[in-house]
Design a protein around this ligand. Structure first.
Ligand code: DOR
Length: 433
């Protein structure tokens, strides 16, 4: 994806893990060549960053790209375009495709298809064969192709002994196991959070404990094995408390939360609209508050989208029969700035960028993403207009699906340009390919 063109990002404020400074950023041949208060463009093409923040590109640890197997919902290319429009320069694909990403051959196919996408596509791979939770997948072969995170996402590894073995094996490979925490004996047949709203609506509810029991077990296994565990899409106050305690005890655990879990509650399911159906389910206002606070205080290291496209005809089924999941790539940044910085006043813009860019880049071990914005670094950058307010309509996005639960919300912060390995893949809010 390297570009031999020269670009100058001019007039912006650079924001990375080192803080903020007024600076222009010169790019050549895919790399940042110069960062200084004022740089003359010479023959470089200028990308206007006046009034904008110039940050390392965002990194999504949790993207369902649906390819291979469900190309009517999303392709690696369309999902990659949605990511670029959302400011992402790197995404990690989830393995619950058809066939699942559980062999070196499928890993190769996804990485190959990813080369045509307008962002850097990496992939996770399954912990177990077929994501069935019965025997370990060939993790070493897949690690040889660059896979650093293994997960059975869409389901959790139920068997304690198998999870222990997987952690021991992954530690030897220098890999991280990411867990979708859901005990199926408590969640089977459920379609929303178990509580007041599930009773009122007559829908089968999933208790918070379905998530929390697996968080508790995996913290115990992380302690036992010394391996790294990453907790995916945390949704309950109890999970946040347990992760905080595990970190305080010095265990190698990290965690993410999705935008819908800090913006929406189970009350959104009141109209039986399956746009609001997701796993883990939308929880109570107290849980939403705990997730937001967990992100702000760093217990939750990353905001990850869990971008989960589903075609309209599937989301239009009755609530209990529709597939779970909602889109996120094009909305995560603005939702975080609006909800966590402006409305709840829990954290700064800089801290939001940490959770969206350099912290997930570190968890995934992506050395070319997440900054810093200095000469010599790969030019993976995002230019954000932090003042622009816009209303989400959900119909104009790049995703092939339309399951957006935020329609009608007015948010702050919009991506102006995204630069991936020196190539402007989004300019003035428009995808270039
Ligand atoms: O809501 C969800 N949708 N949660 C998951 O874990 C899987 C995902 C999907 O693949 O649609």
């Amino acid at each position: 994806m390297n570009s031999d063109r020269r670009w100058l990002i001019r007039g912006g404020e650079v924001l990375d893990a080192g803080g903020r400074r007024r600076a222009d950023v010169a790019i050549e041949d895919g790399r940042i060549t110069h960062v200084a208060p004022s740089i003359e463009p010479g023959d470089a093409a200028v990308l206007d960053a006046g009034g904008a923040l110039v940050t390392p590109g965002l990194v999504d640890l949790h993207t369902h790209l649906r390819q291979p197997g469900k190309e009517e919902a999303e392709t690696i290319e369309s999902g990659g375009r949605a990511a670029a429009l959302g400011g992402y320069t790197a995404v990690l694909a989830m393995p619950n495709t058809t066939p699942p990403i559980d062999t070196a051959a499928v890993v190769r196919e996804v990485l190959e298809l990813g080369r045509a996408a307008p962002c850097d596509v990496h992939t996770t791979a399954a912990i177990t064969v077929g994501r069935r939770g019965e025997q370990l997948a060939p993790m070493a072969e897949m690690a040889d192709l660059g896979v650093r995170i293994f997960t059975d996402d869409g389901t959790g590894v139920q068997d304690d002994r198998l999870m222990r073995r997987a952690l021991e094996y992954a530690a030897g490979l220098g890999a991280t196991l990411a867990q979708h925490c859901e005990v199926t004996s408590l969640s089977e047949g459920t379609c929303m959070h178990e509580g007041e709203w599930s009773s009122r609506l007559g829908l089968q509810g999933q208790p918070s404990e379905a998530e929390e029991l697996m968080v508790m077990r995996d913290i115990a296994l992380a302690r036992m094995t010394g391996a790294k565990v990453h907790f995916q899409h945390m949704s309950t106050a109890g999970s946040v408390a347990m992760i905080a305690a595990a970190k305080a005890a010095g265990l190698f655990v990290t965690a993410e939360a999705a935008p819908h879990h800090f913006t929406l509650t189970d009350a959104c399911c009141a109209g039986y609209d399956a746009t609001f159906k997701v796993h883990p389910p939308l929880r109570t206002a107290d849980d939403v508050d705990a997730i937001a606070r967990g992100i702000a205080d760093g217990t939750l290291d990353a905001i990850a989208t869990d971008h989960a496209p589903h075609p309209p005809e599937e989301k239009e089924r009755p609530f209990d029969h529709a597939p779970p999941g909602m889109l996120g790539l094009e909305y995560a940044l603005a939702l975080a700035l609006t909800e966590l910085v402006d409305e709840r006043e829990l954290m700064s813009e800089d801290e939001v960028l940490a959770r969206l860019s350099w912290q997930p880049a570190a968890i995934a071990g992506l050395e070319h993403h997440g900054g810093p914005v200095v000469a010599g670094s790969a030019a993976n950058l995002c230019v954000i207009d932090p003042t622009e307010r816009w209303t989400i309509d959900g119909s104009g996005g790049a995703s092939l699906s339309r399951n957006v639960p935020y329609v009608g919300r007015t948010v702050r912060g919009r991506v102006r340009h995204t630069i991936c390995f020196g190539e402007p893949v989004v300019t003035d809010g428009k995808a270039m390919r």
